[in-house]
Design a protein around this ligand. Structure first.
Ligand code: NOJ
Length: 588
C-alpha cells in the first residue's frame, strides 16, 4: 500500500472528509507502516513512568530512591518495559517535588548518589531497559546557583539568564499573568528592583532561552546524561520556553483579575527554532528518544513537532487528558464527553503523527493526572474490570505505551476528606483559588478529589506488609488503604489480577508484531459503548473490542468472523457480545 503524503492545511479537514465520503471514520486506512523502515527500539518497547519519590524506599527515610528502583527492576522486566522515565531526581529543594532543579549534574541526596545512578543505568541495561531522564528546562529552582547569581545584580554574567522585567509605573507586576500554579506569574526581587517571571511556582524562575549561553548550557546538560548512557529525555513544560516579544496584559479570565499564562506564552512563534537547534546539537546521531510535554500542541500542529520535520520523536498531547476539563485553571468546571470524542482523539493524533512520519506516545495517566479508571470510566461497575479494559487499550493501541506506576495494579484516585490531607502544592493553591472564586469548601473539595495530582503519587504497593512494603519508615505521602488487596505480591499470585493482565498483554504485544507495528483503524467510530479497532500488518490483523460501559453490549459478530480469540479479560468470551467492561482481542 502506498503512503499518502498529506499537506498541512488538509489535516484539519481530513476527518470531516472521511466522515462524509467514507461512511465512517476510517481516516488512516491508507496510512500504513509497511513502507516505514524498521521501527526503532523505543517504538517497539513499553515505557514506564516512575515517580521516584513514591516507588521504593531502600533506606527507611520514607522517600523512594534510586537503589529502591534498582531492587525492583525485575517487576518492570516482567511487563516488557524497555524504557523507564524517571521523574527528576537531581539536586532540588523539592518545592515542586524535584521539578525545581538546583543542580542538573548531581543526584539529590534523598534519592542517592551518582554511583547509585550509574548502577541503576547499568542494571537496567542488563535487562534491556534504558533510563529516560526528565529535563526540566523551562525553569530552574530559585536555589540554582545560576539564579542566585542572576538575582545578585543587573550586571553579572548570569544577569540575563532569567526573565527579568521592570515594574509598571505604579510598582506593580509587569503584566497581569497568572502562573499555572496560581497567583501572579511575577515575583518582585528587592535587590534588582525588578520582577522575575515564573510560569509555575515563585521558587521556579523561568530561564531565558533567548540567551544563546542558556541554550548552550542546556545542551551540555543533555549531553552529560547521554554520556552516562541514558536512553532518552522527557522534556518538561517545553511549550513555555519561548516568551512573547512584547509583554502585555491579557484579558482577565477569573475573579482574581489575572489572565492565565498558558494562553499567552504557550507555543509562541519561533519556539521551534530553539528546539531544532536542541535537536541537532543533542539528539542527531545518538540512539536516544525524546518526548516533549506539549501542552498547547494539537493534532493539527503535530507535523511540526514530530517526525521528519519535527523537533521530538513524540509529544505528550493534553487533548485527551483534558477531555473533561475545558479550563485547566478551574477544576470545578467540567464538561461532558462521550466515547465517540474519546475515540476521535486517537484517530486524529495517529493520522497526524503517521502522516508526518512521526510516532505517538499512548498514555492514560501520569504523575499530574487522575487515575484513569476514575478519569475515563463511568463510576459504576467493577474496578478490576475497568482497569483491565483500559490496559487493553493502552497496550494494543498504535504507538509507544507509557504505563504510570500503579496503573498496572489498578490504582484509583485518593479520596481524602480535607485539603490538609493533600501534599501537592498546586492542589493546595488551586483549593485557595477556588474559594477565592466563590466556590464552597464542599464544591472546591469535589474538584480537588477529581483532579488532584496526589492521586497518582501515593506510594507504590509492593505487598501487604506495613506501608505496603514501600518503606520501613514513615511514608512521605500516606499509602492508600486498599493496599492489602491491590499490591504487587498478591496480584502476581492471582491469575485474574490487573497485573497479570498487563504481563499477558505485553507478551502478546511482543509475539504478535501487528500489535506493535500494524496500522490502526477505528472500525466502529459511531458506537457509543464499544471502542473497536484493528491493527494490521501484512497478512495479520488483530481486532480489538473494548466495552466502556457497565452493561453487557452486543456488536455485529461478522466483524470477527473467521478470527480466533487470542485474549479476553473475561473467562468466557462470547462472539458478538462483550461483558461489562469486557475486552477481547481476535486475530486473523
Ligand atoms: C510539568 C510536570 O509534569 C509537573 O509535575 C511540574 O509541576 C510542572 N511541569 C513544572 O515543572
Amino acid at each position: 500500500m502506498k503512503k499518502i503524503k498529506i499537506k498541512k492545511g488538509i489535516l484539519s479537514i481530513l476527518p470531516l472528509f472521511c466522515l462524509l465520503f467514507n461512511g465512517g471514520c476510517n481516516i488512516n486506512v491508507n496510512l500504513n507502516v509497511n513502507n516505514t523502515p524498521r521501527l526503532k527500539w523505543w517504538q517497539k518497547t513499553i515505557a514506564y513512568e516512575i515517580y521516584v519519590k513514591s516507588f521504593k524506599d531502600s533506606d527507611g527515610d520514607g522517600i523512594g530512591d534510586l537503589n529502591g528502583i534498582t531492587s525492583e527492576l525485575d517487576h518492570l522486566k516482567d511487563m516488557g518495559v524497555g524504557a523507564i522515565w524517571l521523574t527528576p531526581c537531581y539536586v532540588s529543594p523539592q518545592a515542586d517535588n524535584g521539578y525545581d532543579i538546583a543542580d542538573y549534574y548531581n543526584i539529590d541526596p534523598a534519592y542517592g548518589t551518582m554511583e547509585d545512578m550509574d548502577r541503576l543505568i547499568d542494571e537496567a541495561g542488563k535487562r534491556d531497559i534504558r533510563i529516560v531522564m526528565d529535563l526540566v528546562f523551562n525553569h530552574t529552582s530559585d536555589q540554582n546557583e545560576w539564579f542566585l547569581k542572576s538575582r545578585s545584580s543587573k550586571d553579572n554574567d548570569k544577569s540575563d539568564w532569567y526573565i527579568w522585567a521592570d515594574p509598571k509605573e505604579d510598582g506593580s507586576a509587569p503584566t497581569n499573568w497568572r502562573s499555572i500554579f496560581g497567583g501572579s506569574a511575577w515575583e518582585y526581587d528587592e535587590n534588582r528592583g525588578q520582577y522575575y517571571l515564573h510560569t509555575f511556582l515563585p521558587q521556579q524562575p523561568d530561564l531565558n532561552w533567548a540567551n544563546p549561553e542558556v541554550r548552550e548550557e542546556l545542551c551540555n546538560i543533555a549531553k552529560f546524561w547521554i554520556d552516562k548512557g541514558v536512553g532518552g529525555f522527557r522534556m518538561d513544560a517545553i511549550t513555555y520556553i519561548k516568551k512573547p516579544a512584547v509583554f502585555k496584559d491579557g484579558t482577565p479570565d477569573a475573579e482574581d483579575g489575572l489572565a492565565g499564562i498558558h494562553s499567552i506564552t504557550a507555543n509562541t512563534d519561533g519556539i521551534l527554532d530553539y528546539l531544532h537547534e536542541f535537536r541537532s546539537s543533542v539528539q542527531d546521531g545518538n540512539d536516544i528518544f525524546t518526548v516533549g510535554e506539549a501542552n498547547g500542541v494539537t493534532s493539527e500542529d503535530l507535523d511540526k513537532w514530530v517526525g521528519k520535520n519535527g523537533v521530538f520523536d513524540m509529544v505528550f498531547s493534553f487533548e485527551l487528558v483534558n477531555i473533561d476539563l475545558p479550563d485547566e485553571n478551574n477544576w470545578c468546571v467540567t464538561r461532558d464527553w462521550d466515547l465517540k470524542k474519546f475515540k476521535s482523539f486517537f484517530s486524529e493524533n495517529l493520522l497526524s503523527a503517521d502522516s508526518a512520519d512521526g510516532w505517538f506516545p499512548v498514555f492514560l495517566e501520569n504523575h499530574d493526572q487522575p487515575r484513569s479508571i476514575n478519569h475515563f470510566m463511568p463510576d459504576d461497575g467493577e474496578r478490576i474490570a475497568k482497569a483491565k479494559a483500559l490496559s487493553v487499550l493502552l497496550l494494543t493501541m498504535r504507538g509507544t505505551p507509557f504505563i504510570m506506576q500503579g496503573e498496572e495494579l489498578g490504582f484509583e484516585n485518593v479520596d481524602w476528606s480535607s485539603i490538609t490531607d493533600y501534599n501537592d502544592i498546586s492542589t493546595k493553591n488551586h483549593y485557595e483559588f477556588l474559594l477565592g472564586e466563590g466556590y464552597s469548601e464542599e464544591e472546591a473539595m469535589a474538584g480537588i478529589r477529581r483532579f488532584s495530582r496526589d492521586s497518582s503519587r501515593t506510594p507504590m504497593q509492593w505487598d501487604d506488609s506495613e506501608n505496603a512494603g514501600f518503606t520501613t519508615g514513615t511514608p512521605w505521602l500516606p499509602v492508600y488503604p486498599d493496599y492489602k488487596e491491590f499490591n504487587c505480591a498478591v496480584e502476581r499470585k492471582d491469575p485474574d489480577s490487573v497485573l497479570n493482565c498487563y504481563i499477558e498483554l505485553s507478551k502478546l504485544r511482543r509475539e504478535h508484531s501487528e500489535l506493535t507495528e500494524g496500522d490502526y483503524k477505528d472500525i466502529l467510530p459511531d458506537d457509543e459503548n464499544i471502542f473497536a479497532f484493528t491493527r494490521t500488518k501484512d497478512d495479520s490483523k488483530a481486532i480489538i473490542l473494548i466495552n466502556f460501559t457497565s452493561n453487557e453490549v452486543s456488536y455485529d459478530g461478522g466483524l470477527t468472523e473467521g478470527a480466533t480469540c487470542i485474549f479476553s479479560t473475561t473467562p468466557k468470551e462470547q462472539r458478538g457480545h462483550l461483558a461489562p467492561y469486557g475486552a477481547v482481542i481476535y486475530e486473523m
